[in-house]
Design a protein around this ligand. Structure first.
Ligand code: C5P
Length: 300
């Protein structure tokens, strides 16, 4: 029997970051959005845990761990442990989310694995328990379960669904080698040693609720951007090249190095993608917001 569950990439419309906490994490006040790039996780019973990763399109999967460090395998093990069941599964990840780019692909896989194995094994985990297990796996795994547009506080794991009505399009520009998230946070602490609490995204939340796509674009912000640019100075030139072909807002995705262009329409996003293609840069176009984790192929 196999079961396939899909999870989406995330971007941060706002990413407010506070100073370092005693536990090494940072307080966040962020607005997550799920966008239409997907990983599919297919699970099947097996004698031992295992994972296989297959690229969708041009995604480079070479950086994805294939051992117990894989976040989807960790999710499966945690779920089994939570229910006290002695079972294992083989996972196949069809990866359409660029790796180590600040798009939370690993978190998407973990969320998809939790839901897939919960269904396969008929464990009937409550939503509350799923969110708690997700939070143990990573700060943005609870969001990956939910999808849509969500405010995240705490270290990002405290989630509040926003009644967002503004929908938009994203041009996603993967940028060379991945950046280490802990390294970007460390660089931010170095650049900003006296940081206060993260700024609440009050105006952005209001613009989303009003469906004001233009205002949402004006309010996009990412506190991690200066740190990622400091670690990867060539990103500034890449952002300029994107601005050359895109009249709207441009920002860094999460801890980077993926760059994002924000567009009000599919036509605008496609024009930007084609402009980049003329300059020899490949990019993906995705709508936002989209649904969180969902079953795409039932047990068969
Ligand atoms: O929670 P997650 O495992 O995704 O976090 C990866 C790393 O990113 C953490 O080990 C930490 O270095 C950094 N991080 C942070 N503050 C957060 C979220 C992540 O410092 N709120």
């Amino acid at each position: 029997m196999t079961l396939t569950v899909r999870a989406a990439a995330k971007v941060n419309l706002a990413l407010g970051v506070g100073g370092p906490r005693p536990d090494g994490f940072h307080d966040l006040d962020t607005v997550y959005q799920a966008i239409g790039l997907y990983d599919d996780v297919t699970v099947a019973d097996a004698a031992a845990w295992g994972v296989e990763v297959r690229p969708v399109g041009e995604v480079d999967c070479s950086g994805v761990p294939l051992d117990d460090d894989n976040l989807a395998v960790r999710a499966g093990r945690l779920l089994a442990e939570h229910h006290g069941v002695r079972r294992a599964a083989h996972l196949v990840v069809d990866k359409g989310i660029p790796v180590a780019g600040g798009l939370a692909g690993g978190s998407a896989d973990a969320a998809a694995a939790l839901v897939a194995l919960d269904r396969l094994w008929e464990l009937h985990t409550t939503d509350e328990d799923l969110l708690a297990l997700a939070a143990r796996l990573g700060s943005d795994v609870p969001f990956a379960l939910l999808g849509g547009t969500v405010r995240g506080t705490g270290r990002g794991e405290v989630v509040e669904v926003l009644p967002a009505t503004a929908s938009c399009w994203w041009v996603v520009v993967p940028s060379g080698e991945g950046l280490s998230t802990p390294a970007v946070y460390r660089e931010l602490d170095r650049l900003r040693p006296d940081a206060g609490p993260p700024a609440p995204p009050t105006a952005l939340v209001a613009a989303l609720a009003a469906g004001d796509v233009t205002r949402v674009g004006e309010l996009l912000a990412n506190d991690l951007q200066p740190a990622a640019l400091s670690l990867r100075p060539e990103l500034a030139a890449e952002a300029d090249r994107l601005r050359d072909v895109h009249a709207g807002p441009v920002l860094l995705s999460g801890s980077g190095p993926t760059l994002l262009a924000y567009a009000a329409s599919h036509a605008d996003a496609t024009a930007t993608r084609l402009g980049l293609a003329e300059a020899g840069v490949s990019a993906l176009v995705a709508p936002g917001p989209v649904a969180g984790v969902h079953v795409v192929e039932p047990v068969r």
